[in-house]
Ligand binder design. Sequence first.
Ligand code: ADP
Ligand code: MG
Length: 265
Amino acid sequence: MLSVTHLKKTYGTGDAAVEAIRDLTVTVEEGEFVCIVGPSGAGKTTLLKCLCGLLSPSSGTVVLDGETVTGPPKAMASVFQDYSRSLMPWFSVARNVDLPLRNKYRSASVREEKVSGALAAVGLESFGSRYPWELSGGMQQRVAIARGLAYEPEILLLDEPFASVDAQTRADLEDLILQVRDTTGVTMLLVTHDIDEAVYLADRVVVMSARPSVVVETVEIDLPRPRDQVGTKSLARFAELRAHVLGLIRHPTGDDLATGVRTNA
Ligand code: ADP
Ligand code: MG
């Protein structure tokens, strides 16, 4: 569905040039949940901006449903890390969720239905007429997620969407995302620096090196579904996969074979 081939992105030119991404090749199949994990500054946000057509790559291609991405694709929605800046404080929660739908659906009643469906999916059905600043951080992030869902994208991009909430809220939001994915079947691509989160959520984890980033390895996550915070995270297999990914990030040259985790490069 989505294929990124030899993507390279350098900011600026000459002495001021910053090579953010050196060479990334990633594919995402329809219905798949792919997490890209890499250290801070590795170019994760840069990558997502290239995927959603906000930045053009220095070289390489992004192809969605057979078409090269050159601007924001209709089939895609994204949720960025900083929800406080992505929600309009002077609009109600429902109006915020409605905003991107205005380009897609003419009928107000159709939009209303999509908005209330998405708010219900994130457990905020009774908060539509409230304002973002009346809600907690975790609730605001749920509004941002609802906005992405209401649009009914084929693929949802998430950029460290749980990075600025407390641990308990984060766990709840992770489970919410898994549940939404189960009920809607939407394809998900999430980037994070958090290894536990990536292993917990994904079908496949793509491990990125530090800048200038390359793909170190792609790890198949063969943990059973449905997953749950306590059960899944206490499996021996979870610990193995987590240790393997951690090893790849710390020693990307790959002398971490002790865990015996099978991967494809
Ligand atoms: P991540 O999201 O993985 O933390 P980013 O994609 O934000 O990483 O940034 C990757 C690298 O590119 C960093 O070194 C950052 O300083 C640099 N960078 C990001 N945006 C710009 C920009 N607009 N101009 C110059 N350098 C940038
Ligand atoms: Mg980032």
